[in-house]
Design a protein around this ligand. Structure first.
Ligand code: BDR
Ligand code: CA
Length: 310
């Protein structure tokens, strides 16, 4: 069983990612940590708890994390967040409000504790801004460096950004946190727009969800908003990009992508804010080649894993 913590800003594609991880028989889901991003932190937490309840997974602890980026003092939902995910983050679908409580421990304390306890057995799958992970590293780097791997959805190495010409949304929301994470020395797999913008699901791909279960039917309702946004903004794609689910699938099946392992950093100057680039200052240091950046994806294999699990 693979020990996993999911760090989410739930978010429509985060919902699919959560459903995949919960549905996978080889996963020991230690907990879910939440962060602002597509919506504010509390909305992301509520969406996460409600979805877990819907899936009958109330035993999975939910730990509330950062409310805003490291270098800001507040959060406002970005335009893209509302367009792709809706004002409530889940396509304006009203899930039944779960009666269960969130855990009292913070996301950062939980991440550090789990790193201490499970060390090189622990994979963190991050699909929102990297603030929680960066704070955990700043708090106890030695413990976090024991983690097996962070598989994260974020960044763009060889392609343009999706919220600015250069930056991808999760990295753009907190480039300083992303820099801390990428330069930490923890083994990282970066699932960026290079591959996620090819991981497209069409409405037809999800036909089987119409009759499968309450969860898949609710996911379809939520996904409708996401499909509509893609039909409007990326009509040429013929479907919707499964950014976060690709990271979740790669955490369990690394052969779905082809990677190159390099030293990677994040630019924080105004013009290139949030751009993920080769870290030229570390190019000669073999030890700093810790980021495996996905540059190619087997889309058919990705779909097979995702759809046979949810
Ligand atoms: C990422 O940003 C969010 O909108 C999605 O949930 C995904 O994590 C894609 O750039
Ligand atoms: Ca996300």
């Amino acid at each position: 069983m693979k020990k996993i913590i999911l760090d989410v800003d739930t978010g429509i594609d985060d919902c699919v990612s959560l459903a995949y991880i919960c549905g996978h028989r080889d996963v020991d889901l230690l907990g879910v940590t939440t962060v602002y991003g597509n919506v504010d932190r509390d909305a992301a937490t509520r969406n996460t708890i409600n979805l877990l309840s819907l899936m009958g997974r109330d035993e999975v602890g939910v730990y509330s994390g950062a409310e805003h980026a490291l270098n800001t003092d507040g959060f406002t939902q970005q335009r893209g967040g509302a367009v792709f995910h809706g004002l409530n983050g889940i396509g304006e679908v009203a899930l039944t409000d779960s009666m269960r409580a969130i855990q009292s421990r913070s996301a950062v304390d939980f991440l550090v504790d789990m790193a201490h306890i499970h060390g090189d057995e622990l994979t963190i799958v991050a699909s929102g801004p990297l603030t929680n992970i960066a704070q955990a590293i700043l708090h106890d780097k030695d413990a976090m460096k024991r983690c097996k791997r962070v598989v994260l959805m974020g960044g763009a190495l060889t392609v343009a950004g999706n919220v600015s010409p250069v930056a991808e949304a999760n990295i753009f929301q907190d480039p300083h946190a992303a820099k801390v994470v990428f330069e930490s020395g923890i083994p990282i797999t970066m699932i960026g727009l290079d591959v996620t913008s090819r991981a497209i699901l069409s409405r037809d791909d999800l036909k089987q969800w119409e009759t499968k279960s309450d969860t898949t039917q609710t996911l379809l309702q939520i996904m409708d908003h996401y499909f509509k946004a893609h039909e409007l903004i990326y009509p040429q794609w013929g479907g919707a990009a499964m950014h976060d689910p690709l990271a979740a699938v790669v955490a369990l099946h690394e052969d779905v992508v082809r990677t190159i392992t390099i030293p990677l950093t994040v630019l924080t100057d105004a013009q290139h804010l949030g751009r993920t680039v080769l870290n030229l200052s570390a190019i000669e240091d073999v030890m700093s080649r810790t980021v495996s950046v996905a540059i190619d994806v087997d889309v058919a294999l990705f779909k097979k894993h995702l759809l046979s699990t949810i």
